[in-house]
Design a protein around this ligand. Sequence first.
Ligand SMILES: *Cc1c(COP(=O)(O)O)cnc(C)c1O
Length: 347
Amino acid sequence: MKNFSLDKIVRKNIQLLTAYTSARSEFSGEASVFLDANENNLAADYNRYPDPLQVKLKAAIGRLKGISGENIFIGNGSDEAIDLLIRLVCVPATDNIIVCSPTYGMYQVAAQLNDVQVKDVWLNEHFQLNVPGILAAIDACTKIIFICSPNNPTGNLIDVADIETLLFYFDGLVVVDEAYIDFTTQASWNKRILEYPNLVVLQTLSKAWGLAGLRVGMAYASTTIIQLLNKIKPPYNIAGVTQQLALDHLSGNNELASWIDIIITQKNHLITQLNAFPVIEKIYPSDANFVLAKVISANDLYHYLKTEGIIVRNRSSQPLCTGCLRITIGTAEENKRLLTAIKNYPQ
Ligand SMILES: *Cc1c(COP(=O)(O)O)cnc(C)c1O
């Protein structure tokens, strides 16, 4: 951050780009006759293009999070924000990003799709950042460091002081992906976007909010970064029905807190029970809605569970995850089925 300047890292072609101005973004006053967008005015319900900037949805999310709408970008899932951030600052075949495996796979996929090199500085044995390793890996072409906290698939929060160090020393973007933040009591990094102009925080409605089918993800950052994301996003990236349904769920959801309570209680129960089985070597502590389990012969247990109709995520080929399965916390009933199946596992 010491010498951070967006002008220096935003791709030149994007700085020079004249954004597409859609009919709905050009006119934003009150009117009753809309002849500007070639819609079918004979039809009803879905005949209008949606609000390209999702103003109402951002206001609702902003109220909930204590963030101004100008500091919020909404993507078609946070995966869209990941892709746009890479395209915003990384010149294909030249620039690179840093990821810290084992972690969420989309950072790497989005980078490779954009012909952007990936430097992987593995987490240490405590699943925390290797800060000296990351600082050593940064070169003049490093544009983004992706950090996932709580981390997927390990489940732990990443130390605040380590992220502060990277924010301070790195002159590119530090993206903190908080897909699982609702399951922790730790303050979101989104409280600190005004303090760090190079900080971008990602959240999603796909996990605790239970809306994975809607595809709504948020990025919080400085107004300048948000304006740039708006400039390069597909004009109508969030469907009108999606915006409306997300709004309805944000205002009408009284279940979120109790869901989180139930999931955490179920998680603690599951950890205790799983630990009693000889096939389980270790359950890593988790601040998320899943646990990472180190087991004896992960592939065998994975396939056995599959034959029992139970699908978990086999992470055993990931760095530092030899022998590991990632298990999402299900309903009480589903968790019981999992426990019964493992109890009957023929070894
Ligand atoms: C699930 C997940 C996401 C995906 O979010 P969408 O909003 O559904 O695209 C992002 N980051 C991490 C770490 C996840 O585990």
